[in-house]
Design a protein around this ligand. Structure first.
Ligand code: ADP
Ligand code: MG
Ligand code: ZN
Length: 631
């Protein structure tokens, strides 16, 4: 067997996606790897294929039970012997699994990090040949990551305890530099091949809305998206409950998920969603890790999440099949407050006090970056890509900002006034005080701080308070100003802000920023503001995104979907485990009937063909006969 036949016969794919092949090659040749790829890019295959090619067993460390279960189910469906060991198994089941593993029944074993150093598991590890330890969701090992799990440190002890060192492979979707370095150092990867693939998911449309009435807005959205599957994320259980009830009352097939429900109910609801019995899921962020439902057409955040990492991971659950999907965020100022509160409340018993403080500060910083996302008027995709250290094109044509018309307003002079006000009041005050002072508002605070005596007081009295806030926000986003963490954030000048001020105070006219027209490009501050909405939609606006890829015979597609649904019910597996929508769509276009034709369809491997191929071919033949279609 080589990698291509495993790819085709076991997983049913004809080509590797970006990054996959080089990672597979490196692992098979015995080299450690670190794969950094966005959610949905196909990280699992990068360790599953080598696992089947290497002589011994592969241990996969994974943080969540649901994640393991899902992957093991998929592997079993593809004819691969795999098992998981975690706290969801009874002692008896666990012993049995370990016995089978010892007999060499499994090629791949998923295990929770807490289990690695148990006596039973170590004894197994000593008795069998382990070719690779794969660490999924590897960012959990880093305190810089958004999901730090101290138990991940056990992986290192485990690897050290093995008689021979296996290949180590690590995978994550989090690409910030600090996390990347932590993974390499803490896991002790030896000259790893580090592969970072594009973070961009071109099929996802991004948008931020600031609705006055979120619920009203959501109902309107759902009305326009009937029959589609989607996830609605809320930040509290209470909101999940209320919203879920409202949706059900309005007749939507919605279910719900949060940590306050019983295990049984959570499981039930999750399945209802996956099997498309309730295609709309209202949930807290407890939902979703490891859910690989490929036909999610929208992920709507009813509240702003705590950081861009979480947002992109959650939003990334839309459109895994590569078809167009929407990621929409409803922002309200209250969301920021709630997140700040949650950061304050965070306690991690395993950490020292100082570490706690440090973590908290980093969390505030991340929250701030998330908030800027909601305020930027630049390309939203670009903002996210830059956050992860990539460079986008500034214009993607598939986000709200790129599709909104903005006008550029030169606010260089106003910016200079504000920065000077911050400097001359010795960087001690927050956004509200500086805004009031610039606008010339006299109130308690302004008087108490002596801001009414500042030369900058009232210099922007012609501007509205809203405009001043917009400019301050823009200065924060563009890194001329920063805010200190904590309960009373204070505006500080950044290096960039200082350079700007230094230039603006140059006596030489040609360098004067205040002179506006002479400012160099870097020091010209342009605010993008949405244009007044025109009455008639413009003709030359980019066309509305295509809803789904073309299917030649939509009726057949519906038939095959029904067929898949029945088969899934009988086999007690989610529909996507049988075939993805994309696969059915190809079938409904190319009408495969023979084995060879079937195997040429994306997503049909030898094993899947044997299990399901004929039944689908039958339906296709029947459809062709009934409609007198010949190829
Ligand atoms: P990640 O762990 O990176 O979030 P997964 O490994 O769960 O992503 O894969 C996401 C989806 O992409 C799965 O449905 C998987 O079967 C599919 N996939 C992975 N590799 C390929 C490939 N080479 N061709 C087509 N589909 C693929
Ligand atoms: Mg994964
Ligand atoms: Zn864009």
């Amino acid at each position: 067997m080589d990698k291509y036949s495993v790819l085709k016969e076991t997983f049913g794919y004809t080509t590797f996606r970006e990054g996959q092949e080089e990672l597979v090659d490196a692992i098979v040749s015995g080299r450690d790897v670190l794969g950094i790829m966005p959610t949905g890019a196909g990280k699992s295959l990068c360790f599953q294929i080598p696992a089947l090619l290497l002589p011994g067993i592969t241990i996969v460390v994974s943080p969540l039970i649901s994640l393991m279960k899902d992957q093991v189910a998929s592997l079993n469906a593809a004819g691969v012997h795999a098992a998981f060991i975690n706290s969801s198994l009874s002692e008896n089941q666990c012993r049995k699994a370990l016995d089978y593993a010892r007999e060499g029944r499994y090629k791949i074993i998923y295990v929770a990090p807490e289990r690695l150093m148990t006596e039973a598991f170590l004894s197994l590890a000593g008795a069998v040949e382990i070719s690779m330890v794969a660490v999924d969701e590897a960012h959990c090992i880093s305190q810089w990551g958004q999901d730090f799990r101290p138990s991940y440190q056990k992986i290192v002890d485990f690897v050290d305890a093995l008689p021979t060192r296996p290949v180590l492979s690590a995978f994550t979707a989090t690409a910030t530099r600090a996390v990347k370095e932590d993974i390499q150092c803490i896991l002790g990867l030896e000259q790893p091949l580090v592969t970072v693939t594009g973070y961009d998911r071109k099929n996802l449309y991004f948008s931020v809305e600031k609705p006055k009435d979120k619920q009203q807005e959501l109902l309107k959205y759902l009305m326009g998206n009937k029959g589609k599957s989607g996830i609605i994320y809320c930040n509290t259980r209470k909101t999940v409950e209320e919203l879920h009830e409202a949706l059900v009352r309005s007749g939507y097939p919605a279910t719900r998920y949060h940590a306050g429900l019983s295990d049984l109910e959570r499981k039930q609801n999750q399945e209802d969603f996956i099997y498309d019995r309730s295609p709309i899921m209202v949930a807290t962020n407890a939902f979703g890790m490891g859910i690989d439902k490929s036909n999610v057409r929208y992920v709507l955040h009813y509240n702003m999440p705590k950081d861009v990492e979480s947002y992109y991971q959650e939003a990334g659950r839309a459109g895994r099949d590569g078809e167009p999907a929407e990621c929409i965020l409803y922002y309200a100022a209250k969301d920021v407050k709630i997140n700040e509160f949650l950061i304050q409340q965070q306690e991690n018993a395993e950490l020292e006090r100082e570490e706690q403080e440090l973590l908290r500060e980093r969390n505030y910083e991340r929250l701030r970056k998330m908030t800027f996302y909601c305020f930027t008027n630049e390309c939203l995709r670009d903002y996210i890509l830059r956050y992860f250290g990539e460079y986008g094109s500034n214009y993607c044509g598939n986000c709200k900002n790129c599709l909104t018309e903005f006008q550029d307003v030169d606010v260089t002079e106003e910016a200079a006034v504000l920065l000077e006000l911050v400097r001359s009041s010795r960087e001690r005050y927050g956004i509200q005080a500086i805004t009031d002072a610039a606008h010339g508002t006299v109130n308690d605070k302004v008087r108490r701080f002596g801001l009414d005596q500042n030369p900058g007081f009232g210099k922007l009295k012609e501007r509205t308070v809203v405009r001043i806030r917009q400019i301050l926000n823009d200065l924060l986003v563009k890194d001329y100003l920063s805010l200190t963490p904590g309960d009373y954030p204070v505006l500080k000048l950044t290096d960039r802000g200082r350079r700007f001020l230094a230039l603006s105070r140059e006596p030489d006219e040609t360098n004067s920023v205040m002179a506006g027209r002479n400012a160099t490009d870097e020091y010209r501050i342009i605010l993008k503001l949405p244009k007044e909405r025109e009455k008639e939609p413009r003709k030359d606006k980019p066309e509305k995104r295509k809803e789904t890829a073309e299917v030649k015979y939509p009726q057949l597609f519906e038939l095959l979907r029904q067929k898949r649904y029945q088969m899934a019910q009988e086999a007690h597996v989610p529909p996507y485990i049988i075939f993805s929508d994309k696969t059915l769509r190809e079938m409904s276009t190319y009408l495969p009937q023979t084995e060879k034709e079937m195997l040429s369809i994306n997503g049909v491997g030898t094993r899947k063909y044997e299990q399901y191929g004929e039944e689908f071919a039958d339906s296709i033949r029947e459809f062709m006969r009934d409609n007198q279609i010949s190829k």
